[in-house]
Design a binder for this molecule. Structure first.
Ligand code: BGP
Length: 466
């Protein structure tokens, strides 16, 4: 390798790679004994809720093409990659009998990654509740915590000899928001009480999986992946500042504090008590949560949250929502990703890292997702067939500069993973927005072509900087 001057160089051993999830990439959603999960069910029930009525069976077919994909990861300079195990593939009913075909598949994938020098980061839950468990209430039902613990233990026992980086959940607040507050995941309920119970059970499940992992003594690390949205007040007016503090407690600290510190934010507990929404807590739960905090934290960062004090009191009959305490606010003139409607605020990633350093014991962390979804990327394909996604390169660079600054100031951040490796199925948005380093042509049997950003990333990884 030739040496070049890198203006932003990163610490030795920095993790360069990308992240994906089982339900968004595997396809084969009813093959080889896989059970249904909530996405398979919801698509059957209401296909029109999905962009162009494309459901979870038509994904990038990683199930069949994983060898080719891992080879591409290697070509793109990946030294690590996050995948998730699809719970209902391993346990078609969420518990009980194991599907041997799933064991074979995940063994093959993990072995292939290791063979190619790519460290497997394995996540256990990426929004994909097995439908059999959802029918019993999903995360609302405490028995799901037991089923999850058994599932986690099985994964550690089957794959833990080779997998040394585990994650209990990806963005556990999203199923709470989507399924029980804002109607973008099944079961599409609006019920704050259930939302709180779901959040609580997810946190308990995470702690119980960590406990089991530690007992097994496999010598790896276990963490959680959280989507953190730094909350900025519109002004320094105390009412706006208070609104931002509460939004932060609801959307960040609700999971961050128990995961890293083993305790719940006091502001939130006070609100839940005052409003009669405390979850059902049993026996030694709180001790389990206190004692089983994460070894490392994955930070997914896409956008900040801007808030202001509430202008109008909610109608007394309106369902209880976190927004009872603040208004979300779109700051005029900010840079936006028009395809996803999300603000692009690169400094947010730095603010998160500074917060982790100052208030969370500088916990070991990495950027586990960051990325830019773009519609209609085909128009950027050049005559050689490569998508010229300079906007994505600029997006990543601008974020990495802030990550670099945080490192210079002592942040304990160990890597950067893009969302995502190849264009994949994005829940209800299906294939509308493309996020990958690699494009996927759904009309040509999922043909893969590397985008310009993929080639650029290879040089960044090789030179450990840019
Ligand atoms: C994160 C999820 C990913 C992915 C990404 C992009 O919240 O962990 O699964 O989907 O966001 O968002 P979207 O696909 O909704 O555009």
């Amino acid at each position: 390798m030739t040496t070049i001057e890198t203006k932003y160089s990163f610490p030795e051993g920095f993790w360069w790679g990308s992240a994906a999830s089982g339900p968004q990439t595997e396809g084969a959603s009813d093959m080889d004994g896989k059970g249904k999960n909530i996405w398979d069910h919801w698509f059957e029930l209401e296909p029109t809720r999905f962009f162009n009525e494309v459901g979870p069976s038509k994904t990038s077919q990683f199930y069949y093409k994983y060898k080719e994909d891992i080879e591409l990861m290697k070509q793109l300079g990946h030294n690590s990659f996050r995948l998730s195990i699809t719970w209902s593939r391993l346990f078609p009913d969420g518990k009980g009998d194991i599907n041997p075909k799933a064991v074979e598949f995940y063994n093959d994938v993990i072995n292939e990654m290791i063979l190619n020098g790519i460290e497997p980061f394995v996540n256990l839950f990426h929004f994909d509740m097995p439908f059999a468990l959802q029918e019993q209430g999903g995360w609302v039902n405490r028995e799901t915590v037991d089923a999850y613990e058994a599932y986690a233990k099985t994964c550690f026992e089957l794959f833990g000899d080779r997998v040394k980086y585990w994650f209990t959940h990806n963005e556990p607040i999203v199923p709470v928001e989507g399924g029980y507050l804002y109607d973008f995941h099944y079961p599409n309920e609006v019920d704050f009480g259930k939302a709180v119970q779901v959040a609580y059970h997810s946190i308990l499940a995470s702690a119980r999986a960590i406990q089991v992992y530690k007992e097994l003594n496999q010598g790896g690390k276990i963490g959680i992946i959280l989507n953190l949205t730094p909350s900025y007040p519109r002004s320094q007016n105390p009412a706006d500042v208070k609104a931002a503090v509460l939004a932060d407690a609801f959307f960040n600290r609700s999971f961050l504090d128990p995961s890293v510190k083993g305790e719940f934010p006091e502001e939130l507990v006070q609100i839940l008590k005052a409003e009669g929404f405390m979850p059902k807590i049993e026996n030694d739960d709180l001790e389990v949560i206190r004692e089983n905090t994460v070894d490392l934290l994955g930070v997914n960062y896409y956008q900040p949250r801007r808030v202001k004090a509430k202008e109008h009191l909610p109608h007394p009959d309106a369902p209880f929502m976190p927004e009872r305490f603040f208004d979300n606010y779109v700051m005029p003139g900010r840079k936006m990703n028009p395809h996803r409607g999300w603000e692009i605020y690169e400094k947010g990633v730095y603010d998160i890292l500074v917060n982790l350093k100052e208030n969370y014991g500088n916990i070991e962390c990495f950027i586990s997702e960051n990325g830019m979804g773009v519609e209609g990327e085909e128009k950027f394909r050049d005559e050689n067939g490569m998508i010229q996604d300079d906007y994505r390169i600029e997006f990543i660079e601008n974020h990495l500069k802030w990550v670099h600054k945080a490192i210079e100031e002592g942040s304990n951040v160990k890597g950067y993973h893009l969302w995502t490796f190849m264009d994949n199925w994005s829940w209800t948005n299906a294939y509308k927005n493309r996020y990958g380093f690699v494009s996927v042509n759904l009309n040509k049997d999922g043909e893969r072509t590397i985008k310009k950003s993929g080639m650029w990333f290879k040089t960044v990884s090789e030179h450990n900087g840019f």
